[in-house]
Ligand binder design. Structure first.
Ligand code: UT7
Length: 332
């Protein structure tokens, strides 16, 4: 009997309409377009302006885009996972609301959070459910309303992050296409360098904390940068070596879009030509859990059945890793 593999068979995405450009940021904090472009590669990012709308709004839109493109009946979806670092609320998962709103009434659902690696780790979880033979399909959505935890007076973070969502459908595949191998790691000693500290169970929000902007995300950029460059590249190298892949047999690198310099460094470590490196950070900034599905949504028309795609991410926690996936379809 051939092994069941878990392949991506559809992609969808959504980004909000409002475009926050570097020029607008220049009027908000002490920064400039030249600094942001040369240090990060970001030109603009999308922001969900409506305070009444949370991450589920983005997740639902991305899932609906996928459902329409694929023409799947949402009642056939068996599991909905929302990978996110910014859930709608602390209790009552974003995934259960999303599943109901898209009509996935026969599915169970849950959220998962590994900061910027949420979607990467979500790929592993989604694929495992299918490889085990227990479910035929899983809808994995990466969605974040980062603007809900960003201080627009802090130039160290507000220039980087944006809002968005992407969705993929994992289905059972009998041609050995889909997820082939993974190398995933965590190191909690890094959590002090990138966190949204207050409002959880260990640090409560007080009036004083709110006054000082403690509810927002904090990042010690330089340390995170160094760890990201080292670990993302290291994970990519390990995945290539373990699977006897070379710069010639890898077709695409889909790397977390946190900083163009980190992506370039990862590509250089595996000696990959620029033409094989997916890049859309200039348009969306760092959308945390949404960067990887937004990439494959943007590049879907160029991906071919059998292409060797390396996914890689690094983020808060620290959490990082790489996944090797064989693309399963040619887009129409
Ligand atoms: O997705 C989760 C994982 N996150 C990441 O991977 C992000 C990793 N970190 C980074 O991408 C980079 O560290 C940043 C983009 C956040 C910062 O870039 P950097 O090259 O590491 O800059 P830096 O923090 O070392 O700061 C260099 C200089 C400093 O001035 P001095 O001390 O050299 O005079 C900063 O004060 O740039 C200054 N600076 C800015 N200047 C203009 C810091 N932020 C800004 C800014 N505009 N927005």
């Amino acid at each position: 009997m051939s092994k069941i593999s878990a392949a991506i068979t559809a992609v969808g995405a959504y980004v909000p309409e409002y475009v926050l450009t570097n020029q607008i940021l220049e009027t908000m904090v002490d920064t400039n377009d030249e600094w942001i472009t040369s240090r990060t590669g970001i030109k603009e990012r999308r922001i969900l302006k409506d305070d009444g709308k949370g991450t589920s709004y983005l997740a639902i839109k991305a899932a609906q885009d996928l459902i329409n493109k694929k023409g799947i009946d949402p009642k056939e979806i068996e599991l909905v996972i929302v990978a996110t670092a910014t859930p709608d609320m602390k209790a009552a998962s974003t995934a259960s609301y999303t599943a109901s709103e898209i009509g996935a009434t026969n599915a169970f659902s849950f959220d998962m959070d590994a900061a910027c690696s949420s979607f990467l780790f979500g790929m592993s979880v989604a694929a495992s459910y299918i490889e085990s033979g227990r479910y035929k399909n899983v809808l994995l959505i990466g969605a974040d309303k980062m603007s809900s935890i960003i201080n627009y007076k802090d130039r160290a973070t507000c220039i980087i992050f944006g809002d968005g969502a992407g969705a993929v459908l994992f289905e059972a595949n009998d041609e050995n296409l889909g997820l082939q191998d993974e190398y995933l790691r965590s190191d909690g000693t890094g959590r002090e360098f990138l966190q949204a500290t207050y409002g959880g169970s260990s640090h409560k929000l007080t009036a004083e904390i709110l006054e000082n902007g403690g509810q927002y995300a904090f990042q010690e950029g330089r340390t995170v940068f160094k760890n990201a460059v080292f670990n993302m590249a290291d994970a990519a190298v390990k995945i290539l070596e373990r699977n006897n892949l070379t710069k010639d047999t890898v077709d695409w690198l889909a790397a977390h879009q946190a900083n163009k310099r980190i992506i370039d460094a990862t590509a250089q470590r595996i000696e990959l030509d620029d033409s094989k490196v997916m890049m859309n950070i200039q348009k969306y900034g760092n959308t945390t859990s949404a960067t990887l599905p937004l990439l494959i949504n943007d590049y879907e028309s160029q991906l071919k059945k059998g292409d060797n795609v390396i996914f890689a991410a690094f983020g808060g926690g620290f959490n990082w890793g790489a996944i090797y996936l064989k693309w399963a379809y040619n887009s129409k």
